[in-house]
Design a protein around this ligand. Structure first.
Ligand SMILES: [Zn+2]
Length: 389
């Protein structure tokens, strides 16, 4: 990616940390431990713009990213995550003025799980719901709950496939994968047409949450573009969306921004934001968790709960030789029986961890702690649960 800030054009980006190699695809799963261990690595070289706070991976190369059917990131098996999606769908529907039907468009809709939530939240008010995603696995222009999903990127050319002119648009967990985020938002703005007054919603991780919580397991190769609240607002205005409002959701981990398509927006000045250098934070993080898992292993089997990107990077940072952690628990059936990149750890359902006599479980996302504790009780997993906080 560019050495100049892709959001504000600032020229004084500072390096957050020494380069670090991480799997290119954190949510790719493998059939054997050997294939997992051989997963391709890419460098993380995060830099931050002091002028606007935007943070990006200087070494990111989009040509290395190939999503295929072994890429599995469905989080909707978790009740907490489903509640979060339901709340966001209600926000989306409530933002369409009460006297108009809801004409919904989603950019980067995956397999349409959030489209379903919006359709449910809109009820009678829904006129149509359409999505665009090149990774859509169904037939062209079909989708769940009567929606239509198009297996292409959304832009000026493909916008002609829309049945109705949208008045509410959302793009969730997509912009952080894009090396030119202002170009991405501008392409949405252009494709909506100059007369559009649609409301746009954007959900993406908050880099300030990651830094404040010293969540060193939250830097991923795929997430090349990380926003602060103010740099996301600035990017929206630069792309032609007015009155951006950004709030934090999902325990502060995500930004949830809304803005309105309009003609001729003058972006204000970006808000300066200095991130502290991270090298020592990462070294301390690794030292602390290596010591904790080593101590736990004296008492018996050690497992992680959460085979998503956080679990993949935590295993690599805290157990690089793969000799202490025994397995990873996850409720997503598509991940169970498969192996994770680089650590080569096996993913098992909660009940199987019982037969492995697990004594300590490190919980990857504190947001899921209560539901994980409940599931552990249900399956009779009598282990100490330790949140990574
Ligand atoms: Zn900047």
């Amino acid at each position: 990616m560019s050495a100049n800030c892709p959001v504000c054009g600032g020229t004084t980006a500072s390096r957050l940390d020494e380069p670090l190699a991480m799997p290119i695809l954190m949510n790719r799963i493998y059939a054997t431990p050997a294939e997992g261990k051989a997963a391709a690595l890419g460098p993380l070289e995060f830099v931050a713009c002091p002028r606007c706070g935007f943070t990006w991976n200087l070494a990111f190369d989009p040509s290395l990213i190939v999503y295929d059917e072994e890429y599995e990131n469905d989080q909707t098996y978790s009740p907490s995550f489903r509640n979060h999606m339901r709340d966001r769908a209600r926000d989306v529907v409530a933002s369409a003025s009460a006297d108009t039907p809801v004409v919904y468009l989603e950019v980067g809709c995956g397999q349409g799980r959030f489209i379903e939530e919006v359709i449910a939240a809109a009820g009678e008010r829904l006129q149509s719901a359409e999505g665009f995603d090149p990774a859509w696995r169904g037939s062209e222009a079909t989708g769940p709950a009567g929606s239509r999903i198009h297996r292409v990127y959304f832009n000026k050319d493909t916008a002609s496939r829309l049945e109705n002119k949208p008045n509410v648009v959302a793009t969730r967990h997509t912009i952080e994968h894009v090396p030119d985020p202002v170009g991405f938002l501008s392409a949405i703005r252009d494709a909506l047409g100059q007369d559009s007054t649609a409301r746009l919603w954007v959900e993406t991780p908050c880099v300030e949450w990651i830094l404040q919580n010293r969540a060193m397991q939250d830097f991923f190769y795929e997430h090349c573009s990380l926003f602060t609240a103010s740099s996301l607002a600035f990017a929206l205005e630069k792309a032609g969306f007015a009155s951006p409002r950004v709030r934090h959701v999902f325990g502060g981990q995500y930004l949830w921004a809304e803005a309105v398509a309009t003609g001729g927006v003058q972006p204000g000045e970006p808000v300066a934001s200095i991130h502290e250098p991270l090298h020592k934070v990462r070294v301390d993080f690794i030292e602390r968790w290596r010591a904790e898992i080593a101590a736990a292993s004296e008492e018996g089997t050690v497992a992680l709960w959460g085979a998503g990107a956080k679990g993949v990077s935590f295993a690599i940072l805290a157990d690089p030789e793969g000799q202490v952690i025994d397995h990873v628990i996850d409720v997503n059936p598509a991940k169970q029986g498969k192996y994770l990149p680089r650590s080569g750890l096996l993913v098992v359902p909660p009940a199987e961890s019982v037969s492995r006599k697990t004594k300590t479980v490190f919980v990857m996302n504190p947001n899921y702690f209560d539901e994980i504790a409940a599931t552990a009780r249900e399956v009779g997993l009598n282990a100490r649960l330790v949140p990574i906080d």
